[in-house]
Design a protein around this ligand. Structure first.
Ligand code: NCD
Length: 334
């Protein structure tokens, strides 16, 4: 059965298994279609009458570029603001008035902002005005990054496609779990999978937030809160590594961290299971040594590219063009 339509995508809360499975299937179809010139032309013809605003007033490389290219793959034209100092916000225009203005010109607003809850505020505004456009949260402060969580789910599912998918897997999350929005959003999607166990490996000052842990308890998702990498490394089916989010430091907190305890290096990578997946939302710091990149378990570069295909799938879903892709006969272009 097809999942319900999607309008705003601001947090991971309402995302259910049928939507996840639908988006993953759509992502695979798009990825395969794009490999052939005919398939790529078909995708390009799907949404040429749509326009997107990329409002990214916090640094971004991958999320910006993958959304920008995802739009272009579908024929969607894009406008962008990448620095609040170039928008009328410097003249004192409110956030709400700025968002409403963007919505006058485009059909979707994709936004990355430094404050938690800003995408939700934009969506609430849209729900009050006569011509609302969908809001996609591409990272809101320290709280959520739902499209990253979706591409992470896709990467996990692909990594375990011959082993029953995500259900029943042991997933480690390591690094700055308190201030990293990617792991926070990903934890919220885990309720959709059966028998998953989470293992958190973080310096005490950057332990997973109590709000996320309360949610996991309420959903009956087992987790270990203060694991040491050396003790658990051999048990993990996936290890999701994150960087220390030093941009949020107020008193040099990151400098207190002993990276050796929170890193994958040539010395410990061999202790991971042979089929384990090492993931990272990137950019990385010292927590994954570059010489690990050639290890078959390192999937973070594939994860990065998956992000573009998943964002194509999200746009297709929001604009209800997903049916055309599902119906397209892949054999016709191969
Ligand atoms: C992440 C982010 O911005 O939260 N990057 C990304 O979107 N791929 C992770 C990070 O910055 O550490």
């Amino acid at each position: 059965m097809a999942a319900a339509p999607l309008f705003h995508l601001v947090d991971p809360y309402g995302i259910d298994r049928s939507l996840l499975d639908d988006l993953c299937a759509l992502t695979t179809k798009v990825r395969l279609l794009a490999k052939s010139p005919d398939g790529a032309r078909f995708l390009l013809g799907l949404l040429p009458d749509r326009r997107a605003m990329l409002y990214f007033v916090q640094p971004s490389t991958r999320t910006f570029l993958s959304f920008n290219n995802a739009c272009h793959i579908l024929g969607i034209r894009t406008s962008e603001i990448r620095d609040a100092s170039t928008s009328s916000e410097v003249k004192g225009e409110s956030f709400e008035d700025s968002i409403r203005t963007f919505s006058s010109y485009v059909d979707v607003i994709i936004m990355r902002t430094p404050e938690a809850g800003q995408a939700a505020r934009a969506a609430a505004l849209m729900n009050r005005i006569p011509r609302p456009v969908p809001i996609i949260n591409a990272g809101s402060g320290r709280d959520h990054h739902p499209t990253q969580a979706l591409l992470d789910i896709y990467t996990l599912e692909r990594s375990f496609e011959d082993r029953g998918g995500i259900d029943g897997k042991v997933i480690g999350m390591m690094g700055d779990l308190r201030r990293g929005r990617t792991v926070r959003s990903l934890c919220h999607l885990m309720q959709n999978y059966r028998g998953v166990r989470l293992v958190f490996i973080a310096p005490p000052q950057f332990a997973m937030g109590d709000d996320v842990k309360a949610h996991l308890r309420a959903q009956g998702i087992p987790f270990v809160d203060d694991a040491r990498l050396a003790d658990v490394i051999g048990d993990l089916d996936a290890l999701y590594v994150t960087r220390m989010q030093s941009e949020w430091d107020t008193a040099g907190e990151t400098s207190q961290v002993n990276y050796a305890d929170y890193s994958i290096t040539p010395d410990n990578i061999g202790r991971l299971k042979s089929g384990a997946a090492i993931m990272h939302p990137l950019p990385r710091g010292p927590e994954i040594h570059p010489s690990c990149d050639d290890d078959p378990r390192a999937v973070y570069w594939r994860q990065e590219r998956n992000g573009m295909w998943m964002r194509v799938a999200i746009l297709l879903k929001i604009f209800q063009a997903d049916r055309l892709v599902h119906e397209f006969d892949l054999d016709a272009v191969n």
